[in-house]
Design a protein around this ligand. Structure first.
Ligand SMILES: [Zn+2]
Length: 343
């Protein structure tokens, strides 16, 4: 975790003076900027299908990269043909092609032999009629099976997805930097095809740029103390964010894959006092809220001469929307009184 000062121009516009960023997020930011640079240098977009090299691009298909601290989309440029093949399509179509043809050929051969036998030996006509019916049913079933589609093995699809992203001249960087990240095709529902967008020159940049979503955000909203290295208040404040980050992440685990988001605004006041405004969403997660509250209450002291207000927010992947909806609470009356006295 590191505290990064905001540029004075932005602070003058009301932007928080300091931002808390985890090391993983700093690393992701660097790779993100590198990727945008490489896209820029290449003329703003990929020129050919990442799979076959065809210049007839038809679709932009995003793959979702889900990491412990952030998520983002890696948009792949594909021609029409490659966008219909696995791993972009979750199914292997007509996989029974060979066995279906073999079964049909054997059935027809058997039927012809029986036909000849029933002509030579008319006594076999009844047997021939029944056998023909059996062969007819078998051929019908084979034809149905012929058009069957078989889902591709999830592990094979994963490794094919990794291979496909690595073929992309730009987006493999993120995967190499975060090899343990999960890759997901962005289906609307579990059984549907991945989302495919008509190819445009802007697609890759827009999709990539807009999709980068860090789960945690930390800000020093107000710093009347003037945080400094010399009095140790910068490292202590950094420790506060680290403590909050660990607390939120540990307690989110019990939500499993259910959406969860939480935010806390803490006002550190002189005299080792602090005011905590905690919000956990959805409101039904009472147990998690109580655990986070207890942990924040037992947080070590952060002594300040004048108020310091920190805001920390975190969520899991399904809780991104909930986190965006969390309102930033107003400063408490005591902070406002301090701020007025300070002016
Ligand atoms: Zn292609």
């Amino acid at each position: 975790m590191q505290l990064i000062p905001s540029p004075p121009k932005e602070v003058a516009k009301g932007f928080p003076p300091l931002r808390a960023v985890s090391n993983e997020l700093l690393r992701a930011n660097i790779v993100f900027s590198d990727t945008l640079d490489s896209l820029e240098k290449a003329g703003g977009h990929t020129k050919s299908c990442v799979n076959c090299g065809s210049s007839a691009l038809a679709f932009g298909v995003p793959v979702l990269l889900k990491e412990e601290h952030f998520s983002m989309s890696l948009p792949l440029a594909l021609c029409r043909k490659c966008s219909e093949k696995p791993p972009v399509s979750p199914f292997v179509e007509f996989s029974n092609f060979r066995s279906a043809w073999t079964t049909m050929a054997l059935c027809v051969a058997g039927w012809i032999i029986l036909l000849i036998l029933s002509v030579v030996f008319p006594a076999l006509a009844t047997l021939f009629a029944f056998t023909s019916l059996g062969i007819f049913i078998l051929v019908a079933l084979t034809i149905l099976k012929f058009f069957d589609t078989v889902p591709i093995e999830p592990k094979l699809r994963d490794s094919q997805t990794v291979d496909l992203i690595n073929k992309s001249p730009h987006f493999g960087k993120m995967l190499n930097a975060f090899p343990n990240a999960k890759l997901l095709w962005t289906e609307v529902s579990p059984n549907s095809e991945p989302l495919k967008y008509a190819w445009t020159k802007e697609f890759e940049r827009e999709c990539f740029q807009q999709s980068f979503t860090p789960y945690e955000r930390g800000f020093v909203m107000a710093d009347l103390h003037s945080l400094d290295l010399s009095d140790g208040s910068i490292p202590l404040c950094t420790e506060v964010f680290r403590y909050l980050s660990d607390t939120f992440r540990d307690n989110f685990q019990s939500a499993q894959d259910n959406p969860i988001a939480a935010q806390v605004l803490i006002t550190f006041l002189p005299g080792r006092k602090r005011e905590v405004q905690l919000k956990v969403s959805p409101s039904g997660q009472r147990a998690i809220r109580e655990k986070i509250r207890d942990k924040i209450e037992s947080m070590p002291d952060f002594p300040v001469n004048l108020p310091v207000v920190v805001l920390y927010r975190n969520c899991n992947f399904p809780g991104i929307e909930l986190a965006n909806e969390l309102p930033i609470p107003d400063p408490t009356l005591r902070t406002r009184a301090f701020a007025r006295g300070f002016r």
